[in-house]
Design a protein around this ligand. Sequence first.
Ligand code: SF4
Length: 174
Amino acid sequence: MLTDSFGRLHDNLRISVTDRCNIRCFYCMPEHDVRFVPRAEILDFEEIERFVRIAVTLGVSKLRVTGGEPLVRRDLPLLIRRLASVPGIHDLALTTNGVLLPDLAAPLYEAGLRRIAGEIRKTARRVNALQQVVIPGIWSQISAIQQALDQQEQEDVFRLKRIKGKIARSLAPL
Ligand code: SF4
């Protein structure tokens, strides 16, 4: 079993399938001198599956596929299919920025993916085209979260306007 120095059991494994991304968030990718891992050093799908099968013997039962942006890894649904069929894996999730989700959600679902995580606002809008047909159940949850976020955003805007008004009044010349 995988335990840390505090005796905690670790059953969750994150697998980064690429260090590339189709977005450049300033806090993640610097503007210059980004050094990507050479292709030859990146594990292929067979190697990742083998690693996961070994990890399962050590108590791992949950996987999260990440990047960079995992959806830019070519043929990702093939890897998802391999991982979803590993005995002992009970939870398989994917973290994504959602850009490629409209094209890939259906093959990913078909390959066995049932959980996605990511930047909800962007993801919700991009999943819009697919609706409940492709990922039953997930859309309604994302929609509810989106509505709550929109409401919160509106309240924040009103609050900001009130604060700005107060500041403007307090700075007004006497
Ligand atoms: S979408 Fe994610 S991986 Fe891509 S640049 Fe932004 S934070 Fe980094």
